[in-house]
Design a binder for this molecule. Structure first.
Ligand SMILES: Nc1ncnc2c1ncn2[C@@H]1O[C@H](COP(=O)(O)OP(=O)(O)OP(=O)(O)O)[C@@H](O)[C@H]1O
Ligand SMILES: [Mg+2]
Length: 217
C-alpha cells in the first residue's frame, strides 16, 4: 500500500479537497482500492465522506496517533492499494507522525505570496524526515502571471505537479454534498486536471515508472 499524506501548515490551502479528490480519482481510474484517513480534529474529510452515497473510496478512523502505523499496516493487509491521509493545518505531533509514515507527501499551496511564504516550516519537517514530496498549486488560474511565478518559485524547492488545480466553484460545491467534481462533471476540465494529478503522483513511485525495453536489431 502506498501512503500519501496531504500536509501543509497553511489553513485553507486545499488539503482536504485534494485528499478527497485524489482518493476518488484513484478509484475512478481503477487504481484502487483507496482508503482515506482523517487526522484533522476539524473532521471535514470524515464529514464529506459521511455524506457520500458511494462506499468508495473507503474511510478509516484513526483511533490514535500512536497506533497510526499499526492502523496503516492493517489497511494494507486488508488489501488497500492507496491510503490518502488528511492532516490539520498545524505543525505539531499529528503532522510529524503523519509525515513519518508517508511514502509521499503532497503539499498543496495557493499562489499568493502569503501562502508560499508559509511553506517553509512544512518543508523543513518533510525534509528532516527524508520523505519524498511534491507541491501542487491549488485554486489557481493556469497561465496567469501569479500562477506561473508560483510554479517557478516552487520548482526551485522541489517537484511541482505539472497540472495546476484550477480555482473552480465546483470544488467547493462538490465537497458540500459528499461528491467529487469528476462525479458532477466527468468530462470537464476539473476531472482532466485531477487525472493528471494522479498520473503525477503515480510517477513518484518506482513501480509506475516506465522502464524502456531493450531493442534488438
Ligand atoms: N481548487 C479549488 N477551487 C475552489 N475552491 C477551492 C479549491 N480548493 C479548495 N477550495 C475551497 O477552499 C476552502 C479550503 O479548502 P480545504 O478545506 O480543502 O483546505 P484545507 O487545507 O483542508 O483547510 P484546513 O487547513 O482548514 O484543513 C474550502 O471552502 C474549499 O471548498
Ligand atoms: Mg482540511
Amino acid at each position: 500500500m502506498r501512503t500519501v499524506v496531504v500536509a501543509s501548515q497553511k489553513g485553507g490551502s486545499g488539503k482536504t479537497t485534494l485528499a478527497a479528490h485524489l482518493a476518488v480519482t484513484i478509484e475512478r481510474a481503477r487504481c484502487g482500492p483507496a482508503v482515506l484517513v482523517d487526522l484533522d480534529p476539524q473532521a471535514t474529510l470524515s464529514g464529506w465522506w459521511n455524506q457520500r452515497d458511494s462506499e468508495a473510496p473507503a474511510c478509516a478512523a484513526a483511533q490514535s496517533l500512536s497506533t497510526l502505523p499499526e492502523k496503516l499496516a492493517e489497511l494494507a493487509e486488508a488489501g488497500f492499494a492507496w491510503a490518502v491521509v488528511d492532516t490539520p493545518p498545524a505543525i505539531g505531533a499529528t503532522n510529524r507522525v503523519a509525515i513519518g509514515v508517508a511514502d509521499l507527501v503532497v503539499i498543496p499551496t495557493r499562489a499568493s505570496p502569503h501562502d508560499l511564504n508559509a511553506l517553509g516550516s512544512t518543508l523543513e519537517i518533510v525534509q528532516a524526515a527524508g520523505k519524498p514530496f511534491v507541491f501542487v498549486l491549488n485554486s489557481a488560474k493556469p497561465g496567469t502571471a501569479i500562477a506561473t511565478q508560483a510554479v517557478a518559485l516552487l520548482s526551485e524547492h522541489g517537484p511541482v505537479c505539472p497540472a495546476v488545480i484550477g480555482d473552480r466553484v465546483m470544488y467547493a460545491s462538490s465537497m458540500s454534498d459528499g461528491r467529487s467534481i469528476a462525479e458532477l462533471d466527468p468530462t470537464g476540465k476539473g476531472a482532466n486536471e485531477l487525472g493528471k494529478l494522479l498520473e503525477f503522483v503515480k510517477s513518484r513511485f518506482p513501480e509506475f515508472q516506465k522502464v524502456k525495453v531493450k531493442q534488438y536489431a
